[in-house]
Design a protein around this ligand. Structure first.
Ligand SMILES: C[S@@+](CC[C@H](N)C(=O)[O-])C[C@H]1O[C@@H](n2cnc3c(N)ncnc32)[C@H](O)[C@@H]1O
Length: 468
């Protein structure tokens, strides 16, 4: 290890920054955030430092580097654009056993300022020892993305309960075991979901048991998005990685299923048109049985669980059994496919509303009211439309939508296999006769923008107003 990592308490402590430019400003901001009393030594100040001076946030010594200022400084930053001055500051600091950071010069520095994720009280510092600062920044960003949104609240909650846990368990090992179970279990999940009262109740109940165990399964209905694994939400990923079992749909990207815990049970309950699949009743029973047995079950569904996903029925089964659950929304196929095809679903000049309907009907379900859906000025997105394409386009025409209305069929949207076939209500069905599934149909003037706004993947044919 080239540098020893430590977190220093700089509140009210004197720090010296030599230099008055934008680099010095960055360092001053970092030090000020930690509460340091910062003196800036430079003949002039950039606008940002000048503003801090006027706010009374820094002290300014307006002259060339003054070595006498070192005596009072706990740490020093050399941030001038003059290499020789920076070297001199560093040399004098070494002689006086002061820690000095020289910007962009790791070998002359006595300390380096790491890239930080600041979710106080949780602070994570990343350093490459000054060798690859941009890599450190990328790592910092990834950690930031990965951390749950309420990690600071979790830290404060742990602090709040700490004394009571210490009183309850006599030994250090017992306390460690308790906190490990707790932070990996449902109480912490509740807290991170913003349910503080429920988290408190679970922790209190756990403290009251002989061994401090927290039991109880839970179901998490997680939307996995339309295909691109990058579209999974942070909350979805967090829960997926904590589940004991994952029940996933056929449409969920394999890369997302792979993100589950290595020892989690992975069960495909895929439902795909025309192929054998697990019945909805069996999925409901499986969910209820596993949660009753104390498992944390991630029910991973394509798109959004509440958009043509039968998520409501699964929750009803859980609710009727009195079992706990959480729902994590996902990007639904309509918004995902529209975004990746360059079709804005609403547009001030072209569409003042959007409807999502399904082209697939169960035998006992009535047809949608195509005439009202055909209304101009509205965008229509039809799910499960591939096999019904000709029928749906004809119904919209019969309902009064002009045959030249632009339309697009987007297959396997947001994935590397995305294909967009454009046309209008008159010709799309024949143009898209060989289109693959799954696909959504988008109808409306906004579909005419796709050639102009296209940014992702391949497309065939333009959405157009055909002369009829
Ligand atoms: C049973 S529904 C599930 C919808 C899902 N819950 C959602 O919010 O996107 C399945 C239909 O979603 C649409 N779909 C799902 N993923 C898609 C994708 N990557 N590209 C195009 N359409 C997709 C298709 O219309 C497919 O037939």
């Amino acid at each position: 290890m080239d540098y020893f990592p430590l977190f220093a308490d700089l509140k009210g402590r004197p720090c010296l920054v030599v230099g008055g430019g934008s680099v010095a400003l960055r360092k001053v901001r970092q030090l000020s955030r930690a509460g340091a009393r910062v003196t800036v030594n430079a003949p002039g100040l950039c606008a940002g430092l000048q503003a801090l001076l006027e706010d009374g946030r820094i002290h300014h010594v307006a002259r060339e580097f003054d070595p006498t200022l070192l005596a009072d400084a706990l740490i020093v930053v050399a941030a001038t654009d003059d290499h020789a001055v920076n070297e001199r500051v560093a040399e004098l600091c070494r002689a006086q056993h002061k820690l000095c950071n020289v910007v962009d010069n790791g070998s002359a520095s006595g300390f380096i300022m790491p890239s930080t994720v600041d979710r106080s009280p949780i602070v994570i510092a990343v350093s490459s020892g000054g060798q690859a600062p941009l890599l450190a920044r990328v790592i910092r960003q990834r950690i930031d993305d990965w951390l749950p949104g309420r990690i600071a609240q979790l830290a404060r909650w742990v602090a709040h309960w700490r004394d009571r846990v210490n009183q309850r368990f006599a030994t250090h090992n017992e306390r460690v075991a308790f906190w490990q179970r707790l932070l990996d279990g449902p109480a912490a999940d509740k807290l991170l979901a913003g349910k503080t009262r429920e988290a408190d109740a679970q922790l209190a109940a756990a403290l009251a048991t002989d061994h401090g165990a927290i039991t109880g399964g839970e179901a998490w209905l997680v939307g996995a998005g339309p295909g691109d694994p990058e579209l999974l939400t942070r909350r979805g990923l967090y829960l997926l990685q904590r589940a004991d079992a994952v029940l996933y749909d056929a449409l969920v990207a394999p890369e997302i299923v792979d993100l589950a815990r290595r020892d989690a049970e992975l069960i495909c309950v895929g439902k795909r048109g025309g192929q054998p699949s697990t019945s909805q009743a069996d999925i409901n029973t499986e969910l209820v049985n596993r949660v009753t047995a104390g498992q944390r079950v991630c029910r991973l569904k394509g798109g959004d669980p509440f958009v043509f996903g039968r998520g409501g029925e699964e929750l009803q089964a859980l609710a009727q059994a009195g079992l706990p659950y959480q729902v994590v929304p996902g990007i639904t196929a309509a918004t995902g496919c529209a975004a990746y095809a360059g079709i804005p679903l609403t547009h001030r000049a072209l569409a003042d509303g959007v409807s999502f309907v399904t082209g697939h009907r169960a035998d006992d379900q009535p047809e949608p009211d195509w005439a009202s859906l055909a209304r101009n000025g509205q965008t229509l997105v039809v799910y499960m439309a591939t096999r019904q394409l000709g029928r749906v386009c004809a119904a919209l025409r019969d309902g009064g939508r002009p045959a030249g209305t632009p339309a697009a069929l987007i297959s396997r949207g947001t994935t590397a296999e995305q294909q967009v076939v454009g046309g209008n209500l008159d010709n799309l069905a024949s143009r898209a006769a060989t289109a693959r599934t799954p696909a959504v149909l988008i109808v409306g003037d906004v579909a005419g923008l796709m050639d102009e706004l296209r940014w992702f993947g391949e497309s065939a044919g333009s959405a157009e107003s055909a002369a009829v």
